[in-house]
Each structure stands twice: as structure tokens, then as C-alpha cells.
Write a protein that binds this ligand. Structure first.
Ligand code: TPP
Ligand code: MG
Length: 580
């Protein structure tokens, strides 16, 4: 099986070992670069980010043992499932003769039904109880990257792992689910889209993660010919340089104010390779693009038929092929220069770091920090903003990306603990690049054991930890909605945090605390430019505000009601001049 994976392009194996996976690991070590991690969840997240970065020649998978190995992995499965990321899991399992039957909770040592646990958060799950054919095995594995990507879990019983196999067994078992091939748009669909585009006076593209970096780069000359304004989702944050003439930012619930204002004034939005989830459209989706029409191009019919937002056209097809078909005929391109000029003025008018958030003596303003970091980062850096809390939203609001950078997050699950593990995977995908992690002290705490992996692997990884005395986002919720009844959100209400510098030093990793003007401090610059790991403590005031944002109110019935994307708090009166 490992040989087959090798032939399919797999080169890296993240793992935590165990008795029930021992033969798998012994095979993997002979063909793969095996990277031990401390906790399985980090192995899963690292494999996801390794593959999603597309920086390596090969692919990574994660190898876990039965029982706790599998249960420890569950969060990584969920994250890859929700973000449609490629993730292959090889799991150990007890001997097939030791599997629990007839309602038994357990027969084999450490046995747990990994298939049942993984089922709802995986594309395909499969238990191997006796050797199977190469064809069946590779057909199963391939489903992780075919069509809408997602996790594939293959659990291999210990006796099947160790069984001597003379020839390729003939396993006629059917595939667990149908293979999806790339769906192409029909010419009628392309005509319909083009008709709407040609009559539009304020069109906007919204590029999503379904459009790969490579495909997007290949399509850029066509987009430039059409001069259509472009916005992106968070998953496509690195598809265009922030300084590009046609780039108008990242609109969404925690989006950039100018982008939200612009997208809401479009008369046609073409969303390509984005599922248009509630974070993207706002919970108040009836008011998404209120005066325009929305075309959604997505590979998954379920996303087109979910009922929100309102769609003028729903095209179930591959994002890249569809966009190319729309744009390749350049015989009649409308003049949208007024619209672009209008959008550019809005973009220039609203800063990415708003004054309302203030400055606290002895602390760094996180928005200004993100802007400074944008200047410091080079076009060859990999940037991993963590996946929940203020560090995540600030980075996605204020970071100015450069063409060539790779930016990866996981917002579907928005789990704490994704940053460090993900950054390790992305850093290992290309050791020649510098990787930059930005994460909150709460999120960082959930996988800090992997500092050991960073140290052992000697990664060129710069880790910025926003130290704000705990879960500031939870603190804010408890303040705003529960009259300041604080519990488990900071040190005073029961959370514990280490001294970050001492912690890093315990792992043999350099560390320093940043202060105002750090970007010119020679000590900082020396460590920023060397190839060693370093942990930077970024002091952020616990009461720091994170504006602009979409405000929600609790209604009389106890549910929540949200403002539309163009009414970010604080509402700026000048917005009237922008047609609202
Ligand atoms: C695994 C997990 N548990 C709980 C949450 C809920 N949650 C969202 S943000 C947050 C606090 C995160 O703290 P930190 O990373 O320090 O960011 P801050 O809120 O301070 O900006 C929590 C507990 C979550 N996102 N993920
Ligand atoms: Mg925090």
C-alpha cells in the first residue's frame, strides 16, 4: 500500500506510532519522509496544510494508530471536510478477528470503531480486513482529491497489515461512493452568464478557494483584459496581489469595510469556486448584493441548492473551466472605468486600520501590526493566520498580501489550535521558504506541544503570538451579552497561561517580546532574517476593540439579528454618499 501511495505521488507521512499501526509505519519508513508529531490532531492538520500549500512536489498523509490515535484526529478530519481539503488518513485497527460484534463495546485492545466515528466528517471511509487490490486502494485514495476534495479514511486491521501477499488480490468490492469527474459548463450556461455580464454596469468577481493558485495565475491575463474588479474569499486570499489595480479586497462578515461597501453596490456578482456560506454573505443574506444579481459557480450541487443567498444563475461546474469559458471571448468588452474609479475611491477612503480601535500604551495595535507585518513579509513567504479569535480576523482584515505568497487558514471549523500545526505542515512542504504564523495566546495554547516538532525539524518558522491575557473574543461576548459575567476567558476568571518566552526557551527556541517600532529593531531584524524558528510575543491590550464588524442584536425571541454587509459598526455617515 505504501508503494502504491508512493507511485501516486505521496512523499511525506505525519504520524504518531502505535501497536495497531506498526506494520504500516514500518512500511512507510522505507518509502516516505516520516515526520513524527506529538499529537495526532497536529499530524492531520499538518498534512492538510502541506497539501493545500501545493508547495511540495509530493503529497502528505497522516498515519495514526487505532483507538486514541483515531479519536485524537477527529478535529483535523472535521476541518478538512468543511474546507474541502485533501487529507488521507491511514489508521491502524485491531485484528479482524478481534473486531467487536453483536453490540459489544470492545473486543480488541484499544479498539474503537474508527469508521463510524469518521463517517460524517469524511468523503470516504473504508476498513481493510484482508489485503485488497491496488486498483481498489488507489480508487479510494484518489477520491480525496477528485471533485470536491475531502478526507479519506482507510483503517487497516493488524492482520491485513501483516499478511504476506503473493499477488495482487482480486477484490471486486465496489467503491464506497461514486467517482466524480470534473463538470464542465454547457455553452448555454456560458451564454447566460455572458449575457448578464455584458449588460452589467457594475460587475464584480468573487474568487474562492475552488480556483487553485496556479489556475488563477493562468487566468489573470484574461481578467486583466476584461478589467473586471476582483474580490476574494479568505480561502483565495493569496490569489491576487493586494496592490493590483483590479483588486478590491476581502468582503465578508469580518471583511474589509471598503470591500463590503463595494460588493454591496455591484449590479452583478459572479462568485467562482466559493460556496457562499453565511460568513461570506452575512447572516443577513437577503440583503447580500441588495441591488444586484448573484451568479454562483460551484462544483457541489448541494451548495447551489441550499437556499441562500438568492441566485440569478446557479452553475454546477468546475470553477476554472467556467471562468475561462466566460472570459476567453474578448470580442466585446464593456467599459467599466466609471465603476472601477468609484470602487477605487471607496477603497482608498477607508483605511484597513481604523482610528476607532485606538492605541494603548505598552501594547501593539493589532491592525497596525498586521499592516507592518505585510511590509515585512516577502513574496516568497508562507503566511498562516490562525483560525479563530482576534489574531485571525485582524490578519484577514488588514494583511496586505503579495503575489507569490501562500496564505492558508481553516475558517470552516474555525478551531483554536490550527495555527501552529498548520504552519508546521506548510513549512515542511517547502523548507526553503520562511513561514509566518500569527495566532492568539488561547489558540496557540491548544497545540503548543508541537513546539517540540518545530525545534526538532529546525523549521524556518516565525511565530507571532498575540498575548492578551486569554480569550478576548469570549470576554467581549460575556461583556456585551451577559453584563460582564466573566468565566474562563482570562487569567482572572480561571484560565492559565505560561510565560511565553520561558516556554519557548524550554524547547530551545528563540523568543522575544515586541514593542512599538519593533520593525526597525536590529535584534528583531536579525532573528526575522535568519532561518531559525522564533517566537515573538505581541502584547495586545485585553480590552482592545476589533472594529469594524457586523453587529448582531438579540431579538425578543432570543435569536440573533445581523446587519447587512454594508452596515459595519461603527456605521460611518459618509456611507450615504456611497448610495446607502
Ligand atoms: C477548539 C475551539 N474551542 C472553542 C472555540 C471558541 N472560541 C473562539 S475564539 C476563542 C478564544 C480564542 O482565544 P485567542 O486565540 O487567545 O484569541 P482572542 O480571543 O484572545 O483574540 C474561543 C474559546 C474555538 N474556536 N475552538
Ligand atoms: Mg488571546
Amino acid at each position: 500500500m505504501i508503494q502504491w501511495l508512493y507511485e501516486m505521488g505521496y512523499t511525506h507521512c505525519f504520524f504518531v506510532s502505535g501497536g495497531n499501526s506498526m506494520h504500516l509505519l514500518n512500511a512507510a519508513r522505507q518509502k516516505m519522509t516520516c515526520v513524527p508529531v506529538v499529537h495526532e490532531v497536529s499530524g492531520g492538520i499538518a498534512a492538510e496544510y502541506f497539501n493545500e500549500s501545493h508547495l511540495a512536489q509530493g503529497k502528505a498523509f497522516v498515519l495514526v494508530t487505532a483507538g486514541p490515535g483515531l479519536t485524537n484526529l477527529v478535529t483535523a478530519l472535521a476541518g478538512a471536510y468543511l474546507e474541502s481539503r485533501e487529507l488521507l488518513v491511514l489508521g491502524g485497527q485491531v485484528k479482524s478477528s478481534d473486531l467487536a460484534t453483536n453490540g459489544l463495546r470492545q473486543r480488541g485492545i484499544q479498539e474503537i470503531d474508527g469508521i463510524a466515528i469518521s463517517q460524517s466528517i469524511s468523503k470516504v471511509v473504508f476498513r481493510v480486513e484482508q489485503p485488497i487490490s491496488q486498483k481498489l486502494f488507489t480508487d479510494i485514495v484518489r477520491q480525496s482529491s477528485d471533485g470536491r476534495k475531502g478526507p479519506v479514511v482507510i483503517e487497516v486491521c493488524l492482520d491485513a497489515q501483516g499478511a504476506p501477499v503473493q499477488s495482487d488480490p482480486d477484490s471486486s468490492r465496489a467503491l464506497p461512493s461514486e467517482v466524480v469527474s470534473v463538470a464542465l459548463p454547457t455553452s448555454n450556461e456560458i451564454n447566460q452568464i455572458r449575457t448578464l455580464l455584458l449588460k452589467s454596469s457594475k460587475p464584480m468577481l468573487l474568487l474562492g478557494g475552488g480556483l487553485s493558485r496556479q489556475d488563477c495565475a493562468a487566468l489573470l491575463p484574461l481578467i486583466e483584459k476584461w478589467k473586471i474588479p476582483v474580490t476574494t474569499t479568505w480561502n483565495a486570499a493569496d490569489r491576487m496581489d493586494s496592490g493590483h489595480d483590479l483588486y478590491f479586497g476581502r468582503p465578508n462578515t469580518w471583511g474589509q469595510r471598503s470591500s463590503n461597501l463595494i460588493i454591496q453596490q455591484a449590479d452583478l456578482l459572479i462568485a467562482v469556486g466559493s460556496r457562499l456560506g453565511l460568513q461570506q454573505t452575512g447572516f443577513n443574506w437577503p440583503e447580500f448584493v441588495p441591488n444586484g444579481e448573484v451568479i454562483q459557480i460551484d462544483i457541489d450541487k448541494g451548495e447551489l441548492e441550499k437556499g441562500h443567498p438568492k441566485l440569478a444563475l446557479a452553475i454546477c461546474a468546475d470553477a476554472t473551466s467556467t471562468l475561462r469559458s466566460i472570459l476567453e471571448d474578448v470580442s466585446q468588452i464593456p467599459d467599466w472605468s466609471d465603476w472601477r474609479g468609484h470602487a477605487r475611491r471607496i477603497r482608498q477612503y477607508f483605511p484597513l486600520s481604523e482610528e476607532v480601535n485606538g492605541h494603548h500604551q505598552g501594547f501593539l495595535n493589532p491592525f497596525d501590526f498586521a499592516l507592518t507585518l505585510s511590509d515585512l513579509c516577502e513574496s516568497t513567504d508562507t503566511v498562516v493566520p490562525c483560525s479563530s479569535g482576534g489574531a485571525f480576523t485582524v490578519m484577514m482584515q488588514a494583511f496586505n498580501q503579495k503575489s507569490g505568497q501562500t496564505i492558508i487558514t481553516n475558517k470552516g471549523l474555525a478551531s483554536m489550535g490550527y495555527g501552529l500545526a498548520g504552519a508546521i505542515g506548510a513549512a515542511l512542504a517547502d523548507r526553503t521558504r520562511r513561514s509566518v504564523l500569527v495566532e492568539g495566546d488561547g489558540g496557540f495554547s491548544q497545540n503548543l506541544q508541537e513546539l517540540a516538532t518545530v525545534a526538532v525539524q529546525k523549521l524556518n518558522l516565525k511565530m507571532f503570538v498575540f498575548a492578551n491575557n486569554g480569550y478576548a473574543s469570549i470576554r467581549m461576548t460575556q461583556k456585551n451579552y451577559f453584563d460582564g459575567a466573566y468565566l474562563g476567558c482570562d487569567i482572572e476568571s480561571g484560565l492559565g497561561f505560561p510565560d511565553w518566552q520561558i516556554l519557548a526557551q524550554a524547547f530551545g527556541i528563540d523568543a522575544m517580546t515586541l514593542s512599538e517600532g519593533f520593525q526597525t529593531d536590529p535584534r528583531f531584524l536579525e532573528s526575522w532574517k535568519n532561518v531559525k524558528p522564533c517566537l515573538y510575543v505581541v502584547p495586545v491590550h485585553p480590552e482592545q476593540t476589533y472594529f469594524p464588524k457586523i453587529a448582531s442584536q438579540v431579538t425578543a425571541s432570543g435569536s440573533m439579528e445581523s446587519a447587512p454587509l454594508h452596515k459595519m459598526t461603527p456605521v460611518i455617515l459618509d456611507e450615504k454618499s456611497y448610495h446607502f
